[in-house]
Design a protein around this ligand. Structure first.
Ligand SMILES: [Zn+2]
Ligand SMILES: [Zn+2]
Length: 361
């Protein structure tokens, strides 16, 4: 099934022609749980990885054994998915209680090579905003699922570009680390439904004059709201099992009135996993992401998001998901939470082989 972002509630460039130069396309990936073939674009593998090529490993010294078994993380997610809308059975509760964060693999030394986790595989033919080195049509993304690397103590991401036609026999089975430092570093396998959308730059990075015009316009929209009826909050449903379900329900019920349109939420940057587009800096001031090798400003290549949609970004919920907007498999299909919800991999447009950088929000 394809996924279709509803048209933006306002043609913002018609209102602000000055936004034209601050437009960029992004490809929303719309991951949904499922297992793709090794030749397809996907989240969490399997990868089109040559049988005769060594799998990438983490060799940075850090504790390796302590954490969550990947098998436990997956089983826990299966149990929780299966128990949606009902109480856990005693047996399910017993299994979940048995899973703990502890030293599961004591024989792993702090510098033993640890297979990296396959995070995403993207083909340029599926993802039009995927720009890599000349002639390469496939990006493979890995990370070590421990957040202890480098001076900033973050997750360590590795990118591999390749020509898919060069891959002969595919490696099977494919290695993975037995443990993850934190459960939310483990992506659940997903198929993807790439869709190209238009974005406009983060508000705080637009020319000041344009920022002021947008702020005035938003105020005028809000002033117009005084003439309309107040909404009746007493009709709201009584309770939700989790905060995520509440958020999803809010997202679904949010029919956008003209006076509710907001540049940041609806007209600027798409939520969820995506390739290309702009980076949002809503939690920190914008930070320059210049290439360490050549100084070129680096746009985000891949954005990894904790949620595909939330209350504020409800207008981006795909048309096809309207009836399932309270389903965690629509709102958080991948199960990854990095930073406070967003992790971006920035790459150099001058030479995609230059070292990437990460930013978090
Ligand atoms: Zn590591
Ligand atoms: Zn560069």
């Amino acid at each position: 099934m394809t996924r279709t972002t509803p048209p933006r509630p306002v043609d913002v460039e018609a209102v602000f022609p000055g936004l034209g130069p601050h437009r960029r396309t992004a490809t929303r990936l719309h991951p949904r749980q499922g297992v793709a073939g090794p030749e397809e674009s996907s989240v969490a593998g399997p990868l089109l990885w040559p049988a005769d090529e060594p799998w990438p490993v983490c060799s940075v010294p850090h504790p390796r054994g302590t954490g969550h078994l990947l098998s436990d993380v997956r089983l826990r997610r299966r149990i929780q998915d299966g128990a949606r809308g009902r109480d856990l059975t005693d047996e399910e509760r017993r299994v979940l209680d048995g899973m703990t964060r502890r030293n599961h693999v004591p024989e792993l030394g702090d510098e033993d090579p640890l297979p990296l986790l396959a995070v995403a595989q993207l083909r340029t033919q599926d993802v039009p905003d995927l720009a890599g080195p000349e002639g390469h049509d496939l990006l493979q993304v890995f990370w070590c699922p421990f957040e202890v690397h480098g001076p900033e103590r973050t997750i360590a991401v590795e990118l591999r570009w390749r020509r898919s036609a060069d891959v002969g026999a595919v490696l099977d089975p494919q290695p993975e680390p037995p443990v993850a430092g934190r459960e939310e570093c483990v992506p659940t396998s997903c198929v993807v439904h790439p869709e190209r959308v238009v974005e406009h730059d983060y508000l705080g990075l637009l020319p000041e004059e344009l920022q002021e015009e947008i702020a005035e316009w938003e105020e005028e929209l809000l002033d117009g709201e005084d003439d309309t009826d107040e909404t009746d909050d007493s009709a709201a449903p009584a309770s939700y099992a989790t905060y995520e379900e509440y958020e999803a329900a809010m997202a679904a019920s949010r029919a956008l009135e003209p006076d509710e349109v907001d540049y940041m939420s609806d007209l600027s940057i798409a939520p969820g996993w995506k390739v290309g587009g702009f980076a949002s800096w809503h939690l920190t001031d914008p930070r320059p992401m210049d290439c360490a090798a050549c100084g070129t400003p680096m746009p985000p290549l891949l954005t990894v998001a904790a949620v595909e949609c939330d209350g504020a970004s409800g207008s981006w919920l795909p048309v096809e998901d309207r009836e399932a907007a309270d389903d965690p498999r629509v709102i958080d299909p991948v199960g990854v939470l990095l930073g406070r919800g967003l992790m971006r991999v920035h790459t150099c447009p001058a030479d995609p082989a230059h070292p990437h950088r990460l930013s978090f929000q």
